[in-house]
Design a protein around this ligand. Sequence first.
Ligand code: CMC
Length: 389
Amino acid sequence: TGLITLDPGFANTGSCKSAITFMDGEKGILRYRGYPIEQLAEHSSFREVAYLLINGELPSKKEITRFSVLLNDHSLVHEDMRTFFANFPRASHPMGILSSMVNALKSFYPYIEGEKEANITVARLISKVRTLAAMSYKISRGHTVVYPRQDLSYCENFLNMMFHSPVRPYKIDPDIVQALSVFLILHADHEQNCSTSAVRLVGSGKVNLYASISAGIAALWGHLHGGANQAVIEMLENIVERGESISRIIERAKDKKDPFRLMGFGHRVYKTYDPRTKIIKSMCDTLLEKLHIHDPLLDIAKELEEIAVNDDYFIENKLYPNIDFYSGIVLRTIGIPTNMFTVMFAIGRLPGWIAQWKESMDDPEWKLNRPRQIYTGYQERNYIPIEER
Ligand code: CMC
Protein backbone atom coordinates (compact mmCIF):
# COMPACT_ATOMS: atom_id res chain seq x y z
CA THR A 1 0.00 0.00 0.00
CA GLY A 2 2.99 2.31 0.34
CA LEU A 3 3.38 5.05 2.90
CA ILE A 4 0.27 6.97 3.83
CA THR A 5 0.72 10.62 4.84
CA LEU A 6 -1.46 11.75 7.72
CA ASP A 7 -2.96 15.21 7.32
CA PRO A 8 -5.52 15.87 10.08
CA GLY A 9 -8.38 18.02 8.82
CA PHE A 10 -6.82 17.93 5.31
CA ALA A 11 -5.12 21.22 6.18
CA ASN A 12 -2.35 20.58 3.65
CA THR A 13 -4.11 18.39 1.13
CA GLY A 14 -5.14 19.70 -2.25
CA SER A 15 -8.17 17.53 -3.01
CA CYS A 16 -8.75 18.77 -6.56
CA LYS A 17 -7.76 21.24 -9.25
CA SER A 18 -10.25 24.08 -9.57
CA ALA A 19 -10.66 27.20 -11.72
CA ILE A 20 -13.55 28.65 -9.73
CA THR A 21 -12.35 30.50 -6.63
CA PHE A 22 -8.98 31.90 -5.65
CA MET A 23 -8.11 32.52 -2.00
CA ASP A 24 -4.92 33.91 -0.47
CA GLY A 25 -5.25 33.47 3.27
CA GLU A 26 -2.08 35.41 4.11
CA LYS A 27 -3.04 38.49 2.12
CA GLY A 28 -6.81 38.25 2.61
CA ILE A 29 -7.71 37.91 -1.08
CA LEU A 30 -10.86 36.29 -2.48
CA ARG A 31 -11.79 36.16 -6.17
CA TYR A 32 -14.53 34.35 -8.07
CA ARG A 33 -13.37 33.36 -11.57
CA GLY A 34 -10.68 36.04 -11.24
CA TYR A 35 -12.99 38.88 -10.19
CA PRO A 36 -12.22 40.42 -6.77
CA ILE A 37 -14.99 39.92 -4.21
CA GLU A 38 -14.98 43.68 -3.51
CA GLN A 39 -15.89 44.48 -7.13
CA LEU A 40 -18.57 41.82 -7.33
CA ALA A 41 -20.15 42.97 -4.04
CA GLU A 42 -20.24 46.55 -5.30
CA HIS A 43 -21.37 46.10 -8.88
CA SER A 44 -22.94 42.70 -9.41
CA SER A 45 -26.14 40.92 -8.41
CA PHE A 46 -26.46 37.50 -6.78
CA ARG A 47 -28.11 36.15 -9.92
CA GLU A 48 -25.18 37.32 -12.05
CA VAL A 49 -22.59 35.95 -9.60
CA ALA A 50 -24.40 32.59 -9.63
CA TYR A 51 -24.17 32.57 -13.43
CA LEU A 52 -20.49 33.54 -13.31
CA LEU A 53 -19.53 30.82 -10.83
CA ILE A 54 -21.42 28.09 -12.66
CA ASN A 55 -20.62 29.06 -16.25
CA GLY A 56 -17.19 30.63 -15.83
CA GLU A 57 -17.89 34.03 -17.45
CA LEU A 58 -20.05 37.05 -16.70
CA PRO A 59 -23.28 36.72 -18.69
CA SER A 60 -24.20 38.85 -21.71
CA LYS A 61 -27.57 40.64 -21.60
CA LYS A 62 -29.13 37.82 -23.56
CA GLU A 63 -27.65 35.16 -21.30
CA ILE A 64 -28.76 36.79 -18.06
CA THR A 65 -32.27 37.32 -19.45
CA ARG A 66 -32.45 33.64 -20.37
CA PHE A 67 -31.16 32.67 -16.90
CA SER A 68 -33.80 34.91 -15.26
CA VAL A 69 -36.55 33.32 -17.34
CA LEU A 70 -35.37 29.88 -16.22
CA LEU A 71 -35.24 31.00 -12.57
CA ASN A 72 -38.79 32.31 -12.85
CA ASP A 73 -40.08 29.25 -14.70
CA HIS A 74 -38.78 26.92 -12.01
CA SER A 75 -39.61 28.89 -8.91
CA LEU A 76 -42.71 26.97 -7.84
CA VAL A 77 -42.42 23.78 -5.83
CA HIS A 78 -44.58 20.72 -6.23
CA GLU A 79 -47.71 21.08 -4.09
CA ASP A 80 -47.11 17.63 -2.60
CA MET A 81 -43.92 18.99 -1.05
CA ARG A 82 -46.11 21.15 1.18
CA THR A 83 -47.57 18.11 2.91
CA PHE A 84 -44.07 16.74 3.30
CA PHE A 85 -43.13 19.99 5.11
CA ALA A 86 -46.20 20.18 7.21
CA ASN A 87 -45.41 16.85 8.84
CA PHE A 88 -42.06 17.84 10.31
CA PRO A 89 -42.24 18.46 14.07
CA ARG A 90 -42.63 22.19 14.74
CA ALA A 91 -39.31 22.49 16.56
CA SER A 92 -37.30 20.98 13.69
CA HIS A 93 -34.22 22.95 12.76
CA PRO A 94 -34.66 24.52 9.29
CA MET A 95 -31.29 23.11 8.14
CA GLY A 96 -32.47 19.55 8.76
CA ILE A 97 -35.67 20.26 6.85
CA LEU A 98 -33.81 21.92 3.97
CA SER A 99 -31.33 19.08 3.60
CA SER A 100 -34.19 16.53 3.45
CA MET A 101 -36.22 18.64 1.04
CA VAL A 102 -33.33 19.11 -1.38
CA ASN A 103 -32.67 15.37 -1.38
CA ALA A 104 -36.38 14.83 -2.06
CA LEU A 105 -36.25 17.15 -5.10
CA LYS A 106 -34.72 14.28 -7.03
CA SER A 107 -37.89 12.25 -6.47
CA PHE A 108 -40.22 15.14 -7.27
CA TYR A 109 -38.25 16.22 -10.36
CA PRO A 110 -36.67 13.02 -11.66
CA TYR A 111 -34.43 14.47 -14.34
CA ILE A 112 -31.33 12.77 -15.52
CA GLU A 113 -28.56 15.32 -15.49
CA GLY A 114 -27.47 15.45 -19.09
CA GLU A 115 -26.28 18.21 -21.39
CA LYS A 116 -29.75 19.42 -22.31
CA GLU A 117 -31.20 19.47 -18.85
CA ALA A 118 -28.13 20.88 -17.09
CA ASN A 119 -29.18 24.53 -17.09
CA ILE A 120 -32.73 23.67 -16.13
CA THR A 121 -31.57 21.55 -13.20
CA VAL A 122 -29.34 24.39 -12.01
CA ALA A 123 -32.09 27.02 -12.31
CA ARG A 124 -34.58 24.70 -10.70
CA LEU A 125 -32.33 24.12 -7.72
CA ILE A 126 -31.36 27.76 -7.20
CA SER A 127 -34.93 28.96 -7.57
CA LYS A 128 -36.64 26.22 -5.59
CA VAL A 129 -34.28 26.26 -2.60
CA ARG A 130 -35.19 29.92 -2.12
CA THR A 131 -38.92 29.12 -2.41
CA LEU A 132 -38.58 26.16 -0.03
CA ALA A 133 -36.77 28.29 2.56
CA ALA A 134 -39.50 30.95 2.53
CA MET A 135 -42.25 28.33 2.48
CA SER A 136 -40.82 26.52 5.50
CA TYR A 137 -40.75 29.81 7.40
CA LYS A 138 -44.37 30.55 6.58
CA ILE A 139 -45.49 27.03 7.47
CA SER A 140 -43.51 27.07 10.74
CA ARG A 141 -45.46 30.19 11.74
CA GLY A 142 -48.78 28.73 10.63
CA HIS A 143 -49.13 31.43 7.96
CA THR A 144 -50.42 31.22 4.40
CA VAL A 145 -47.70 30.38 1.90
CA VAL A 146 -46.85 33.24 -0.50
CA TYR A 147 -46.04 32.18 -4.05
CA PRO A 148 -43.19 33.60 -6.14
CA ARG A 149 -44.01 36.40 -8.57
CA GLN A 150 -42.71 36.72 -12.13
CA ASP A 151 -42.30 40.51 -11.84
CA LEU A 152 -39.86 40.41 -8.92
CA SER A 153 -36.11 39.84 -8.91
CA TYR A 154 -34.53 36.85 -7.16
CA CYS A 155 -33.90 38.68 -3.87
CA GLU A 156 -37.16 40.69 -3.99
CA ASN A 157 -39.10 37.48 -4.47
CA PHE A 158 -37.46 35.86 -1.49
CA LEU A 159 -38.24 38.82 0.77
CA ASN A 160 -41.82 38.97 -0.49
CA MET A 161 -42.37 35.24 0.03
CA MET A 162 -40.96 35.54 3.56
CA PHE A 163 -42.67 38.66 4.78
CA HIS A 164 -45.76 39.42 2.70
CA SER A 165 -49.11 38.65 4.28
CA PRO A 166 -52.67 39.42 3.21
CA VAL A 167 -53.12 41.63 6.29
CA ARG A 168 -49.75 43.35 6.09
CA PRO A 169 -48.48 43.77 2.51
CA TYR A 170 -44.68 43.74 2.34
CA LYS A 171 -43.11 46.91 1.04
CA ILE A 172 -39.93 46.13 -0.88
CA ASP A 173 -37.09 48.39 0.26
CA PRO A 174 -34.18 48.67 -2.25
CA ASP A 175 -31.64 49.03 0.59
CA ILE A 176 -32.76 45.73 2.08
CA VAL A 177 -32.74 44.04 -1.34
CA GLN A 178 -29.20 45.30 -1.90
CA ALA A 179 -28.07 44.11 1.54
CA LEU A 180 -29.50 40.65 0.89
CA SER A 181 -27.88 40.49 -2.54
CA VAL A 182 -24.47 41.40 -1.10
CA PHE A 183 -24.89 38.91 1.75
CA LEU A 184 -25.57 36.14 -0.80
CA ILE A 185 -22.70 37.20 -3.11
CA LEU A 186 -20.23 37.12 -0.21
CA HIS A 187 -21.27 33.55 0.63
CA ALA A 188 -21.43 32.24 -2.95
CA ASP A 189 -18.19 30.23 -2.96
CA HIS A 190 -15.13 29.63 -0.81
CA GLU A 191 -13.12 26.87 -2.51
CA GLN A 192 -12.73 23.53 -0.68
CA ASN A 193 -14.45 24.34 2.61
CA CYS A 194 -16.13 21.57 4.64
CA SER A 195 -19.53 21.65 2.88
CA THR A 196 -18.10 22.04 -0.63
CA SER A 197 -15.72 19.16 0.02
CA ALA A 198 -18.74 17.15 1.18
CA VAL A 199 -20.57 17.96 -2.08
CA ARG A 200 -17.54 16.88 -4.11
CA LEU A 201 -16.90 13.76 -2.05
CA VAL A 202 -20.50 12.56 -2.25
CA GLY A 203 -20.67 13.52 -5.94
CA SER A 204 -17.46 11.61 -6.66
CA GLY A 205 -19.39 8.37 -6.23
CA LYS A 206 -21.49 9.63 -9.17
CA VAL A 207 -24.41 10.70 -7.01
CA ASN A 208 -26.96 13.11 -8.49
CA LEU A 209 -26.70 16.87 -7.94
CA TYR A 210 -29.61 17.12 -5.47
CA ALA A 211 -28.28 14.41 -3.15
CA SER A 212 -24.76 15.86 -3.29
CA ILE A 213 -26.07 19.34 -2.37
CA SER A 214 -28.18 17.82 0.39
CA ALA A 215 -24.93 16.47 1.89
CA GLY A 216 -23.40 19.94 1.59
CA ILE A 217 -26.32 21.46 3.51
CA ALA A 218 -25.87 18.89 6.27
CA ALA A 219 -22.15 19.72 6.48
CA LEU A 220 -22.85 23.46 6.59
CA TRP A 221 -25.17 23.07 9.58
CA GLY A 222 -22.35 22.66 12.15
CA HIS A 223 -21.41 25.66 14.29
CA LEU A 224 -17.74 25.50 13.31
CA HIS A 225 -18.84 26.07 9.69
CA GLY A 226 -22.09 27.75 8.53
CA GLY A 227 -23.84 27.38 11.86
CA ALA A 228 -21.40 29.95 13.28
CA ASN A 229 -23.65 32.81 12.14
CA GLN A 230 -26.45 31.60 14.44
CA ALA A 231 -23.95 30.88 17.25
CA VAL A 232 -22.51 34.42 17.03
CA ILE A 233 -25.89 36.11 17.48
CA GLU A 234 -26.76 33.78 20.35
CA MET A 235 -23.42 34.68 21.97
CA LEU A 236 -24.04 38.42 21.50
CA GLU A 237 -27.60 38.06 22.82
CA ASN A 238 -26.25 36.34 25.92
CA ILE A 239 -24.06 39.36 26.55
CA VAL A 240 -26.85 41.91 26.04
CA GLU A 241 -29.79 40.05 27.54
CA ARG A 242 -28.21 37.91 30.23
CA GLY A 243 -25.47 40.34 31.14
CA GLU A 244 -22.59 37.95 30.39
CA SER A 245 -19.42 40.05 30.46
CA ILE A 246 -17.23 40.57 27.39
CA SER A 247 -14.00 40.00 29.30
CA ARG A 248 -15.33 36.70 30.64
CA ILE A 249 -16.14 35.58 27.07
CA ILE A 250 -12.61 36.46 25.96
CA GLU A 251 -11.08 34.66 28.95
CA ARG A 252 -13.19 31.56 28.27
CA ALA A 253 -12.14 31.56 24.58
CA LYS A 254 -8.48 31.61 25.68
CA ASP A 255 -8.84 28.92 28.33
CA LYS A 256 -7.67 25.63 26.81
CA LYS A 257 -9.61 23.64 29.43
CA ASP A 258 -12.85 25.26 28.28
CA PRO A 259 -14.19 23.93 24.93
CA PHE A 260 -15.76 27.36 24.23
CA ARG A 261 -14.41 29.30 21.24
CA LEU A 262 -15.10 32.87 20.29
CA MET A 263 -17.75 32.37 17.64
CA GLY A 264 -17.15 34.17 14.35
CA PHE A 265 -13.39 34.30 14.97
CA GLY A 266 -10.63 32.35 13.24
CA HIS A 267 -10.44 30.64 9.90
CA ARG A 268 -8.61 27.67 8.43
CA VAL A 269 -7.30 29.68 5.47
CA TYR A 270 -7.40 33.38 6.46
CA LYS A 271 -4.55 34.29 8.76
CA THR A 272 -5.42 37.94 8.42
CA TYR A 273 -8.68 39.88 8.11
CA ASP A 274 -11.33 37.98 6.10
CA PRO A 275 -11.99 40.24 3.05
CA ARG A 276 -15.71 39.42 3.28
CA THR A 277 -15.82 40.69 6.87
CA LYS A 278 -14.68 44.15 5.81
CA ILE A 279 -17.53 44.37 3.31
CA ILE A 280 -20.24 43.00 5.58
CA LYS A 281 -19.11 45.09 8.56
CA SER A 282 -19.35 48.32 6.60
CA MET A 283 -22.69 47.14 5.21
CA CYS A 284 -23.98 46.75 8.78
CA ASP A 285 -23.17 50.41 9.41
CA THR A 286 -24.72 51.75 6.19
CA LEU A 287 -27.82 49.57 6.37
CA LEU A 288 -28.61 50.40 9.99
CA GLU A 289 -28.01 54.09 9.32
CA LYS A 290 -30.27 54.12 6.24
CA LEU A 291 -33.04 52.33 8.13
CA HIS A 292 -32.51 54.46 11.28
CA ILE A 293 -32.06 51.37 13.39
CA HIS A 294 -29.82 51.04 16.41
CA ASP A 295 -28.84 47.46 17.16
CA PRO A 296 -27.07 47.04 20.52
CA LEU A 297 -25.65 43.73 19.26
CA LEU A 298 -23.58 45.63 16.68
CA ASP A 299 -22.05 47.79 19.43
CA ILE A 300 -21.19 44.67 21.44
CA ALA A 301 -19.73 42.93 18.36
CA LYS A 302 -17.47 45.90 17.65
CA GLU A 303 -16.39 46.09 21.28
CA LEU A 304 -15.61 42.36 21.31
CA GLU A 305 -13.62 42.65 18.09
CA GLU A 306 -11.63 45.60 19.40
CA ILE A 307 -10.62 43.73 22.56
CA ALA A 308 -9.90 40.45 20.74
CA VAL A 309 -7.74 41.82 17.92
CA ASN A 310 -5.54 43.60 20.47
CA ASP A 311 -5.19 40.56 22.72
CA ASP A 312 -1.92 38.58 22.57
CA TYR A 313 -3.72 35.21 22.33
CA PHE A 314 -5.69 36.26 19.26
CA ILE A 315 -2.66 37.98 17.69
CA GLU A 316 -0.41 34.94 18.19
CA ASN A 317 -3.01 32.52 16.83
CA LYS A 318 -3.80 34.91 13.94
CA LEU A 319 -7.49 34.94 14.83
CA TYR A 320 -9.54 37.64 13.11
CA PRO A 321 -13.30 38.06 12.75
CA ASN A 322 -14.70 35.97 9.89
CA ILE A 323 -17.82 36.75 7.84
CA ASP A 324 -20.12 35.11 10.40
CA PHE A 325 -19.12 37.63 13.05
CA TYR A 326 -21.14 40.40 11.40
CA SER A 327 -23.45 38.67 8.91
CA GLY A 328 -26.09 37.91 11.54
CA ILE A 329 -26.56 41.63 12.24
CA VAL A 330 -27.52 42.14 8.57
CA LEU A 331 -29.89 39.17 8.63
CA ARG A 332 -31.56 40.36 11.85
CA THR A 333 -32.07 43.78 10.31
CA ILE A 334 -33.71 42.23 7.26
CA GLY A 335 -36.06 40.35 9.61
CA ILE A 336 -34.68 36.82 9.23
CA PRO A 337 -35.20 34.72 12.39
CA THR A 338 -32.00 33.49 14.03
CA ASN A 339 -32.66 29.80 13.41
CA MET A 340 -32.80 30.52 9.66
CA PHE A 341 -29.40 32.24 9.44
CA THR A 342 -27.60 29.11 8.28
CA VAL A 343 -30.32 28.50 5.67
CA MET A 344 -29.44 31.95 4.29
CA PHE A 345 -25.80 30.87 4.12
CA ALA A 346 -26.94 27.75 2.21
CA ILE A 347 -28.94 29.81 -0.30
CA GLY A 348 -25.84 31.92 -0.87
CA ARG A 349 -23.44 28.95 -1.14
CA LEU A 350 -25.66 27.08 -3.59
CA PRO A 351 -24.09 28.44 -6.82
CA GLY A 352 -20.64 27.54 -5.46
CA TRP A 353 -21.69 23.99 -4.61
CA ILE A 354 -23.26 23.59 -8.05
CA ALA A 355 -20.22 25.02 -9.84
CA GLN A 356 -17.87 22.75 -7.89
CA TRP A 357 -20.07 19.68 -8.47
CA LYS A 358 -20.19 20.41 -12.21
CA GLU A 359 -16.45 21.02 -12.36
CA SER A 360 -15.76 17.72 -10.62
CA MET A 361 -18.12 15.84 -12.97
CA ASP A 362 -16.39 17.33 -16.03
CA ASP A 363 -12.89 16.73 -14.66
CA PRO A 364 -10.91 14.48 -17.04
CA GLU A 365 -8.83 13.43 -14.02
CA TRP A 366 -11.96 12.54 -12.05
CA LYS A 367 -11.51 9.86 -9.41
CA LEU A 368 -13.73 8.44 -6.70
CA ASN A 369 -12.79 10.26 -3.45
CA ARG A 370 -11.47 7.70 -1.09
CA PRO A 371 -8.92 8.82 1.52
CA ARG A 372 -6.85 6.30 3.49
CA GLN A 373 -6.14 6.13 7.22
CA ILE A 374 -3.36 5.28 9.63
CA TYR A 375 -4.65 2.22 11.45
CA THR A 376 -4.17 2.41 15.23
CA GLY A 377 -6.20 -0.61 16.39
CA TYR A 378 -5.26 -4.13 17.51
CA GLN A 379 -3.11 -6.46 15.50
CA GLU A 380 -4.78 -9.78 14.61
CA ARG A 381 -6.25 -11.61 17.62
CA ASN A 382 -8.38 -14.70 18.08
CA TYR A 383 -12.14 -14.64 18.54
CA ILE A 384 -13.23 -15.20 22.20
CA PRO A 385 -16.44 -17.17 22.84
CA ILE A 386 -18.98 -15.16 24.87
CA GLU A 387 -18.65 -17.43 27.96
CA GLU A 388 -14.97 -16.57 28.20
CA ARG A 389 -15.28 -12.78 28.01
N1 CMC B 1 -11.63 31.12 19.72
C1 CMC B 1 -10.61 30.73 20.49
N2 CMC B 1 -9.55 30.04 20.05
C2 CMC B 1 -9.52 29.70 18.75
C3 CMC B 1 -10.56 30.07 17.88
C4 CMC B 1 -11.64 30.80 18.40
N3 CMC B 1 -12.65 31.17 17.63
N4 CMC B 1 -10.28 29.61 16.65
C5 CMC B 1 -9.11 28.96 16.73
N5 CMC B 1 -8.65 29.03 18.01
C6 CMC B 1 -7.39 28.49 18.51
C7 CMC B 1 -7.46 27.00 18.65
O1 CMC B 1 -7.91 26.62 19.93
C8 CMC B 1 -6.05 26.58 18.37
O2 CMC B 1 -5.29 26.73 19.52
P1 CMC B 1 -4.18 25.59 19.91
O3 CMC B 1 -3.29 25.47 18.71
O4 CMC B 1 -3.50 26.15 21.11
O5 CMC B 1 -4.96 24.35 20.17
C9 CMC B 1 -5.54 27.60 17.37
O6 CMC B 1 -6.38 28.76 17.56
C10 CMC B 1 -5.66 27.15 15.94
O7 CMC B 1 -7.00 26.73 15.74
P2 CMC B 1 -7.41 25.42 14.95
O8 CMC B 1 -8.65 24.87 15.55
O9 CMC B 1 -6.24 24.49 14.84
O10 CMC B 1 -7.66 26.05 13.53
P3 CMC B 1 -8.64 25.52 12.46
O11 CMC B 1 -8.14 26.00 11.18
O12 CMC B 1 -8.84 24.06 12.59
O13 CMC B 1 -10.01 26.24 12.90
C11 CMC B 1 -12.10 27.26 12.84
C12 CMC B 1 -10.77 27.04 12.11
C13 CMC B 1 -12.97 28.18 11.99
C14 CMC B 1 -12.80 25.90 13.00
C15 CMC B 1 -11.84 27.88 14.22
O14 CMC B 1 -11.16 29.10 14.10
C16 CMC B 1 -13.13 28.07 15.03
O15 CMC B 1 -13.58 27.14 15.70
N6 CMC B 1 -13.76 29.30 14.98
C17 CMC B 1 -15.03 29.54 15.62
C18 CMC B 1 -16.18 29.05 14.72
C19 CMC B 1 -16.38 29.94 13.50
O16 CMC B 1 -16.41 31.15 13.60
N7 CMC B 1 -16.57 29.29 12.35
C20 CMC B 1 -16.84 30.00 11.08
C21 CMC B 1 -15.71 29.88 10.12
S1 CMC B 1 -15.85 31.05 8.73
C22 CMC B 1 -17.28 30.66 7.86
C23 CMC B 1 -17.28 29.29 7.30
O17 CMC B 1 -16.44 28.97 6.46
O18 CMC B 1 -18.15 28.53 7.68
